[in-house]
Design a protein around this ligand. Sequence first.
Ligand SMILES: *[C@@H]1O[C@H](CO)[C@@H](O)[C@H](O)[C@H]1NC(C)=O
Ligand SMILES: *[C@@H]1O[C@H](CO)[C@@H](O)[C@H](O)[C@H]1NC(C)=O
Ligand SMILES: *[C@@H]1O[C@H](CO)[C@@H](O)[C@H](O)[C@H]1NC(C)=O
Length: 640
Amino acid sequence: MAATSSPIDQLAQRVEGLTLQNVAAEFPFTHVDVNPYDFWRAHLTKVLNGITGVDPKIIYPTINWTSSLDKGDFMVAVPAFRIKGAKPDVLAKEWAEKFPADDPLFEKPTPTGHFIAFFVRSKPLVQTLVPQIRKLGDTFGRNTYDGLRDASDPSKGQKKILVEFSSPNVAKNFHAGHLRSTIIGGFLANLYDAAGWDVFRINYLGDWGKQYGLLALAFELYGNEEELQKDPIDHLYQLYVRINKEKEAEIEEIEALKKEGKDASELEAKSKDEQARQYFKRMTEGDEAVLARWRHFKDVSITKYKKTYARLNVYFDSYSGESGVSEEAMAKTAKLMEEKKISKEDNGSVLVDFQELVPGKEGKRLGKTVVRKRDGTALYLTRDISELLNRAETHNFDKLYYVVASQQELHLRQLFKIIELLDCKEIAKKCQHISFGMVLGMSTRKGTVKFLDDILNDASEHMHNVMRKNEDKYAQVANPEATADTLGISAVMVQDMRGKIINNYNFDMEAMTSFEGDTGPYLQYAHARLCSIKRRADLSEEAIASADLSLLTEPHAINVTRMLAQWPDVFQNTLKTLEPTTVLTYLFRLTHIISSSYDQLQVVGSEEEVKKARMALYDAARIVLANGMKLLGLSPLERM
Ligand SMILES: *[C@@H]1O[C@H](CO)[C@@H](O)[C@H](O)[C@H]1NC(C)=O
Ligand SMILES: *[C@@H]1O[C@H](CO)[C@@H](O)[C@H](O)[C@H]1NC(C)=O
Ligand SMILES: *[C@@H]1O[C@H](CO)[C@@H](O)[C@H](O)[C@H]1NC(C)=O
């Protein structure tokens, strides 16, 4: 026996007929090293195979997790065993009856209708799980086998995913859609990273088009380099708003003249709109002077973006943008679409009529869309097609997620369909729109939202006021501003991720910054409390590791451990749902159970051996809570 055998090795030695080698050989898709419950499932499969004679390959995948502990730790639906003729409820009773009463890992099961609920025995669970979690630390729950191209041969490399998210428009305001895209995209990138994928994060900036000609013109007229350096986002935004107003006023004036039958051509020729058009034309023609200025705007903006994204633990591998797609690439795409008869001329403009290309309902739903206007400007669908083909060439990806608001659904459907029609079915299949709903009622106290920073600062300020209401506690916080900031950001993020992402939600500053209810501050509080217990217990890691875990016999201790054991399964399930709420729902269930245990399971003040054992349990709980929070993009606080 190896001197450093892991807790799960030790468990395996106590279960007859089931070595880790056996599990790996018989159930090659299991990973006992990262998900201890795979061992329990393998064992249960063997026992059920003995009772029913059903093929283990059928049994294993039917062993399901449960959504609450009173339903058991695992659940099996008898009809899933596909036994013909027999009544499932009769079989359930019969099998439960035959289940050995002295099974080392499971209690005698209870049949309920067509289902059988299985409860794990607490002793081997506690003694395996707690040390295993402490051993794996911040990797507990991750399952990096998912990202391998070939799980049995890691040398074949990782799968690659591109996640396009956030993607604000330089110069325009950062609206709620960008906020959600940033939070959800950051979460998905973390998720795939933890699942062992090679993740490439793309911020595809809106940075091209006539409006940028307008912005450049505004800078020429009213801009100030010093202010640009100081706060680029704000300065460019102010300039844009100002010139846009002037432009609109001119347009009105021109319309009015025309209505009166007067000549407006002179006014039109020197209008802001026309100047912007010409400016943008110079940009597209590659005029170095105007391009240099444009790059400068973009660079200072990106520098500022990066600082704000860091507050959300978000970063990007690439800041590309619409400007990165060359006119040549778009011309090539346009030609390809024409050759494949996907696009057609229609009175000077070029359009794609899906009703002609795609039969039935789908074609109707996709409708008709213009890809090039009569004046020759290509629209952004053409740009997006070129960009996608380019990404496929550069990255050889397995998946590409577009984390974009649900309003863009038709646009993305059209994009994927055109890619498919261009004989790139394989690429189209790898693309997915991660669609999310709207944030309702988002504004800050200072008025309209200009940038992400405004939202976060507002939440941070609000949080600071909430904290100040409890003067005694506030006085003890070492760094109240920084704490309020982290709490405020957690409040915004958790509120955003609390429901299914496709649903709209109300931006509610009061509710999200409360310490009560399922909020970000509540999660942070739960984590900080676990950290505080560890500080006050003042035990060395060795002392905790040497704890006699057989002392953890209280129902609360057992239930906390049962919840902790589910975390790797919750992670796997999240990879299927792609919903941050899968993680959050679990974390809130976990924190509720932990907080109800404090009165029963005191650490400080308990007898030394009991103290060590309980500390080990709370430390395992702290690890799982922190792992879940980090997966969501939160920064767990140690003190508050
Ligand atoms: C597992 O349980 C969930 C709900 O708890 C259910 O939606 C799902 O269909 C079940 N899966 C199997 C394989 O029984
Ligand atoms: C532990 O979970 C069981 C369900 O398995 C429940 O009946 C019991 O009330 C829980 N005990 C505590 C102390 O929470
Ligand atoms: C083509 O476009 C012009 C200008 O918009 C319009 O006057 C004309 O009616 C259009 N012709 C057809 C056949 O749609």
